[in-house]
Design a protein around this ligand. Sequence first.
Ligand SMILES: Nc1nc2c(c(=O)[nH]1)N[C@H]1C(S)=C(S)[C@@H](COP(=O)(O)O)O[C@H]1N2
Ligand SMILES: [Mo]
Length: 243
Amino acid sequence: MSPLTRRGFLAGLAATALAGCNMEPSHRFWGFWSWAEGAWQAFLEAGPGRRARAKVYPKTAISKEFPTRSLELPDAYADMLARWELKVEGLIEAPRSFTLAQLQQAFPKTAEVTRHDCVEGWSAIAEWGGISLPAFVAAMKPKPGAKYVVFHSADADNGGAPYYGSLTIDQAMHPQTLLAYEMNGQPLPVPHGAPLRLKVPTQLGYKSTKYINRIAFVEKLDGLHGGKGGYWEDTGYEHYAGI
Ligand SMILES: Nc1nc2c(c(=O)[nH]1)N[C@H]1C(S)=C(S)[C@@H](COP(=O)(O)O)O[C@H]1N2
Ligand SMILES: [Mo]
């Protein structure tokens, strides 16, 4: 890894950005700060580190307890599971829909033991099995204008705001990113996102969207819920949550 640190990067930017700026000092500072944070994120998101691999663990490292974190599922979720279909729409060759069996038939299964890190401070290791997201994205034949893949979920908060998340197409093409339908060799349990969830082992837990029922390829995130590309991003968390 290069010796460039977050602090060094920000200090370098500060030296250039603050020179010749004649705003009020406090405004200047906060304006610079949010601009610098954005620049740091853009650097991380575009830099070579974005293709770094998350550590792969042996099966013996699988955690006995794996915490869960979800919003509220509809009361009828068990019934909804029986009728579940994944809809895929937006800037792709043609809209598609798949039952779980159709997905399992159309794409080879791949599995990997990785660690999940939640921003709340807990981590847990599990084996996740499913479809390689890069293979799925390629098969949908995104149109040239498609920039993001948005994952829509079945759960929502008390105020009715649904969970959703997104990845840039570039992030979606990270080879370890999975559309998972198995956890530790068993069908995905409901608390962990049945029937289909993302597993993004290179980014923080909130990027691993659970209860996916619709995937949309879009050019921009504006106009979708809070406009920042995810339930947590809309409250201020980073869109790129690299670990
Ligand atoms: N649909 C949905 N996906 C979600 C969440 C959620 O509340 N709803 N929570 C996120 C967060 S913050 C974490 S840490 C992980 C938790 O996954 P787990 O419940 O399998 O441990 O799911 C992520 N994906
Ligand atoms: Mo989390």
